[in-house]
Design a protein around this ligand. Structure first.
Ligand SMILES: [Zn+2]
Length: 452
């Protein structure tokens, strides 16, 4: 048993939904055995698109049939590129309801998200056969779905079992592996945000969950160049890291272990449909590429924060200047389109502090600044290094590459603070009155983004 399998077994022991994960070269040969172990002699429904059917779906079907399973296949067209639109889920749900079969999702993040939500709506267990190391969503709950024009996270469970064959993953389109690398490197800044929330007693770190994600992270992200050459051990470490992140989210019952402010950047761009529109038959801009740019952005912001000494915060003055909730609400409404503002106000309200609470928070920041600075500093990588590692993996690292203007990126720092109740560096800087100043420093001549 490999080290990866050992670590995965430990994570599986803590996960709520996923019971089995097999990662290895030639793992596809075990698909029928794994299906039997999880679902007995039930019929299987392979859910694939024309591409993933050829890559792994047909082999999986033959394997299942050879063990006596009845297998049906639901195939999405290979062109145009499949999107995680709710209509695709409705179509699959309709088809699944006419049969008793257990869905086996064969594909990347999109097929997986469609199948997991459809299985949830049909109240069925399902299994995932990953064809690219592109997201951490294979083993997490929730699915990113576009409904009525808006990308949103829809409720649903994680799969009972996941199988990832390294030889298939290594042959996936390189931009998918690059996207997975970015989604994993994001755990650096996500971890720093969890440290802030821990030190400030907003959301304590669960050490066993923390170590599932952060333990193998440095090693798994250390060799971005090798991913390009299809080095199986580099792909294995990346995939292991992504699977572990999803399992850690199950263990925590929250995406906190895997998602911080860098994901809020991505969520904001997704909500508003910002960024490059796909050209022709090009796939939509991947989750990982958006998160990667978010990770560089937040790593650079952390440098502006940690460069300061907050041990002398003027708590009384900052508390006096603190806006009321109605003022904050007014600012949110003026920052978002009418069809989004209610939703943002609702997400933002739970984290708004009244003045006495703010005063306590600021006193704690002042008192614990040395610990906060030390722990966050140890967790983080320099923003320039984050950028060069992402570039080496084949990810975009400038706003222009994903179709954002510099002004849009700059505005994202303030606006991403408004969405989602999770406490991040954006909140700490907002509370200490430093957010706009730190962001300005990044875009001023000589600043990180001015140089980029
Ligand atoms: Zn992610």
């Amino acid at each position: 048993m490999s080290l990866s399998q050992d670590r995965l077994r430990e994570a599986l022991g803590r996960a709520t939904d996923t019971e089995q994960a097999i990662l290895g070269a030639g793992a596809l040969g075990s698909v029928a055995e794994l299906f039997d172990e999880m679902f007995g002699n039930q019929p299987a429904a392979i859910v694939a698109d024309e591409n993933t059917l050829g890559v792994a779906g047909e082999t999986a079907r033959r394997g299942l049939e050879s063990r006596g399973h009845q297998v049906e296949t639901y195939v999405f067209p290979g062109h145009p590129v499949l999107h995680a639109d709710y209509e695709n889920i409705e179509a699959l749900v309709g088809w699944l309801r006419e049969r008793e079969a257990v869905p086996v999702a064969v594909g990347g993040g999109t097929i997986n998200d469609i199948a997991k939500r459809a299985a949830f709506e049909c109240e069925r267990g399902y299994m995932t056969l990953a064809t690219a190391a592109s997201v951490d969503g294979y083993t997490s709950f929730g699915a990113a779905i576009t409904r009525n024009g808006f990308k949103q996270t829809m409720e649903c469970g994680a799969p009972r079992a996941v199988l990832a064959d390294l030889e298939i993953l290594a042959n996936a389109p390189p931009e998918l592996t690059a996207a997975g690398y970015a989604d994993l490197l994001a755990k650096i800044t996500a971890g720093a945000d969890w440290i802030l929330a821990d030190v400030l007693e907003v959301e304590p770190i669960a050490p066993d969950v923390w170590s599932l994600v952060q333990g193998p992270l440095r090693e798994a992200t250390a060799r971005p160049d090798d991913l390009y050459t299809g080095d199986l051990s580099a792909i294995e470490r990346l995939t292991e890291g992504l699977l572990m992140s999803g399992l850690a989210m199950q263990a925590a019952g929250s995406s906190r272990p895997a998602s911080g402010a860098e994901h809020q950047f991505s969520h904001l761009w997704e909500m508003e449909g910002l960024g490059r529109e796909p050209q022709g038959d090009e796939p939509p801009l991947s989750h990982g590429f958006k998160v990667g740019l978010g990770t560089v952005s937040i790593a650079a912001l952390y440098e502006r924060l940690l460069d300061r000494d907050l041990g002398g915060l003027n708590v009384a003055e900052l508390t006096r200047a603190w806006p009321s909730w109605s003022e904050v609400e007014r600012r949110i409404r003026s920052s978002f389109a009418p069809d989004l503002e209610d939703q943002v106000v609702e997400q933002s309200h739970p984290k708004y502090l009244e003045r006495p609470q703010l005063s306590k928070r600021l006193a704690l920041i002042r008192e614990r600044w040395p610990e906060l600075r030390r722990r966050a500093g140890e967790q983080l990588l320099p923003a320039a290094q984050v950028r060069s590692q992402l570039r080496a993996a084949g990810c975009p690292t400038t706003p222009a590459e994903i179709g954002l203007s510099s002004e849009e990126l700059k505005a994202t720092y303030r606006r991403a603070q408004m969405i989602r109740p999770r406490y991040t560096i954006l909140d700490l800087l907002n509370e200490t009155g430093l957010l706009d100043r730190c962001v300005a420093e990044l875009f001023n001549p000589g600043g990180f983004w001015a140089q980029a």
